[in-house]
Design a protein around this ligand. Structure first.
Ligand code: NAI
Length: 258
């Protein structure tokens, strides 16, 4: 049957750079993008984790290469983008997903260390990656950036102030990029996941997770990494060409429940 519409819902053949790809949502995103036919550049500070993810993608018949990198290293980011361009010929999709949480009360002696590390990984690395990949994203014609923020980007809880500030920053950065860079086909959006079962929440006991979800999440459960990966996929489709600067809550309704 001939197509009645114009826009494509496929990322087949696109080059997608995913950070934090060794675990949780980044891993699920790398897998989903590979399943959809994208060529995946998997980046993470966890070398073994990156190798494992790439091996799993290749075993399933997908295309991926891994780059172990601590995203706090600005030179490393520039070298990474050069290497991905050399390997795959460009970058169409960038998912700034890697993130850390270093809970600390304001009175903590080591507060500033945690603050600096959190802002570096959760926010500054995002800017550096977009700046480094900008020419490739423009050249793509369908360049897409998705930044992973959090429900802590629109609200706050005690003892995670650096994380909260970084995630509010990710939303601000997304909007600033969307208005300044949203030309030549590059769109920049962000996702605010709610509580998701990943490495970051692995130390929370199951009973505590269930109790929290019953009280706070209308869907009464934690989300799975793949559910966030699908939201990310939606935002990077060629067909999502008019979505720019959006802040998409993927939180089972948590943020709208009074
Ligand atoms: P995760 O801990 O399972 O995965 C994060 C990955 O980032 C890890 O593989 C880790 O090695 C990597 N990473 C950390 N620091 C890095 C660095 N300096 N350089 C390179 N890679 C580094 O956690 P999760 O939950 O999958 O986190 C993904 C994103 O989702 C993060 O930005 C996080 O803040 C965000 N998020 C998580 C939520 C949750 O409930 N799990 C809720 C809302 C947002």
């Amino acid at each position: 049957m001939p197509k009645l519409t114009q826009l494509k819902r496929s990322i087949q053949g696109k080059v997608a750079l995913v950070t934090g790809a060794a675990s949780g949502m980044g891993r699920a995103t790398a897998f989903l993008f590979a399943d959809e036919g994208a060529r995946v550049a998997a980046v993470d500070v966890n070398r073994q984790g990156v190798e494992d993810v790439v091996a799993e993608i290749q075993k399933a018949g997908g295309e991926a290469q891994g780059w172990p990198l601590d995203l706090r290293d600005p030179k490393g980011i520039n070298a990474l983008v050069d290497a991905v361009r050399e390997r795959f010929g460009g970058i169409d999709i960038l998912v700034n997903n890697a993130g850390i949480s270093r809970p600390a009360p304001f009175e903590a002696e080591a507060y500033e260390e945690g603050w600096a590390e959190t802002i570096d990984v959760n926010l500054t690395a995002h800017v550096r990656l977009v700046r480094a990949a900008l020419e490739d994203l423009r050249a793509s014609g369908e360049g897409r950036v998705v930044n992973i923020a959090s429900t802590e980007g629109v609200g706050a809880q005690p003892f995670v102030s650096a994380y909260t500030a970084s995630k509010h920053g990710v939303i601000g950065l997304t909007r600033a990029m969307a208005v300044e860079l949203g030309q030549k086909g590059v769109t920049i959006n962000c996702i605010c996941p709610g509580p998701i079962k990943t490495g970051m929440t692995a130390q929370i006991p199951d009973e505590a997770k269930e109790k929290f979800a019953r009280r706070r999440v209308p869907l009464r459960r934690y989300g799975d990494p793949e559910e966030v990966a699908h939201a990310t996929l939606s935002l990077v489709l060629p067909a999502s060409s008019f979505i720019n600067g959006a802040v998409l809550m993927v939180d089972g309704g948590m943020s709208i429940q009074n």
